[in-house]
Design a protein. Structure first.
Length: 129
């Protein structure tokens, strides 16, 4: 993981297998990654880890705050963070997404997630972050 470069990706997913699969994809494309199993845990992780630049979150996170509410809370404090949302239950159109965000329906393709992550990582690099 020490050879990974670029913004750290925070994977927020309450289902362990989905979380592990997403972490594997992020790491395979060379980005550092960390994870949270809930929105509340994600907020704590963001507090401690300013290097996180991209949040990949499921919309349905079980109990507590969902991925959309998480994004609203994060964007109030850290408007520069990019978001990639996913869900197998709801679909979110581009107009409903915050700035610097994308939606991928589950089951998403590995290539689609990789492309979205690399696009946001490239944007971050170009702003000198």
């Amino acid at each position: 993981m020490s050879s990974a470069s670029g913004p750290t990706v925070l994977v927020v997913e309450d289902e362990m297998l989905q979380r592990m699969m997403a972490l594997d994809i992020v790491r395979r494309i060379g980005l550092p990654a960390t994870f949270a199993a809930s929105a509340e845990e994600a907020m704590l992780t963001l507090e401690r880890s300013p290097e996180i630049g991209i949040v990949f979150t499921d919309i349905d996170l079980g109990k507590g705050m969902d991925g959309i509410a998480l994004a609203a809370a994060v964007k109030r404090r850290w408007p520069e963070k990019a978001f990639i949302f996913t869900s197998g239950h709801v679909s979110v159109g581009d107009a409903a997404l915050p700035q610097r965000a994308r939606f991928l329906a589950k089951p998403y393709r590995q290539d689609d997630l990789s492309e979205a992550l690399l696009a946001f990582a490239g944007q971050e690099a170009s702003v000198g972050h």
